[in-house]
Design a protein around this ligand. Structure first.
Ligand SMILES: Nc1ncnc2c1ncn2[C@@H]1O[C@H](COP(=O)(O)OP(=O)(O)O)[C@@H](O)[C@H]1O
Ligand SMILES: [Mg+2]
Length: 260
């Protein structure tokens, strides 16, 4: 089976070598957890391997994506200048490679135009984010997700599609995507010891005996995303709340047994 490297060596190992060619993988998580950075690694590796790369950005401008990648040691801009990478900007740009509305059909048309421009061969498509295309009509999530998957299955794309979680409610806008996705990589965050920590977990990858653990990750200037190791829960994080829970349960049992 042909697998595409994610651009992060350790993540590839966790995936038996990478993402199976032709898959659509959903990348979910709260803001600032590393979704776009993973997309940038996937795009950069595509360029390095001679794949055609199309990156659709809805929440940041094309320039913002290219700048962040550069600060993390990935010269995706070079790929754009060489005509091997196309970044479709759905936020700011008004040039040939922009989208003026977040309409799934316009997205499909633009991506197909880009693929024709890049030519034949193995291709990577990144849609960051896909959920943006139905933010104002969440009931359409599943229908649009099916549509996107079906249309692109005819083209030689391996797809990363991000979706976001509403911070306040932990509600996912990405339900539609997760149901049709061949794989799900979920990012999480927490504050431990007064510091923001980020985690990654492969929740689903068809045809793959993938790693099942949650891993802590770091974003390193000049290098990008690195996977530190399986998340460890210290006694402070884990044992104390558990003890408290047991005490509460015990107290409840006692009070209930006292009820005549
Ligand atoms: N050059 C950098 N050096 C260190 N950390 C960075 C750098 N660029 C971005 N980050 C970290 O990555 C976060 C953004 O990650 P990103 O993948 O864009 O998030 P999202 O999940 O919202 O797409 C920033 O909030 C910051 O913590
Ligand atoms: Mg992002």
């Amino acid at each position: 089976m042909d697998r595409l490297s994610t651009g992060i060596r350790k993540l590839d190992e966790m995936l038996e070598g990478g993402i199976p060619r032709g898959f659509l993988v959903a990348i979910t998580g709260e803001p600032g957890t590393g979704k776009s950075i993973l997309c940038q690694h996937f795009a950069w590796r595509g360029y390095e391997e001679g794949d055609k790369v199309i990156y659709v950005t809805t929440e940041e401008s094309r320039n913002s994506i290219l700048e962040q990648a550069e600060l993390l040691g990935m010269d995706i801009r070079k790929g754009v200048e060489e005509g091997k990478v196309i970044v479709i900007d759905a936020l700011l740009a008004t040039d040939e490679w922009s989208l003026t509305s977040l309409d799934p059909e316009a997205l499909v048309q633009k991506v197909i135009d880009a693929k024709k421009k890049l030519g034949y061969g193995r291709a990577r498509l990144i849609i960051d984010s896909l959920s943006a295309f139905w933010l104002d009509k969440p009931a359409m999530a599943r229908k649009y997700s099916y549509y996107i998957k079906k249309v692109f299955s005819k083209w030689d794309f391996t797809i990363l599609a991000t979706s976001q979680y509403a911070i306040s409610t932990s509600e996912a806008f990405g339900f539609g995507i997760e149901h049709i996705a061949d794989g799900i990589i979920r990012f999480r965050r927490s504050v431990k010891g007064g510091r923001l920590r980020r985690f990654l977990m492969i929740e689903k990858m068809r045809q793959t005996n993938h790693d099942l653990r949650m891993y802590e990750i770091e974003i390193i200037p000049g290098k990008g995303m690195e996977i530190i190791g399986p998340a460890e829960f210290s006694k402070e994080d884990y044992a104390l709340p558990k003890k408290v829970m047991e005490r509460i349960a015990e107290a409840r049992r006692k009070s209930e047994s006292e009820v005549p």
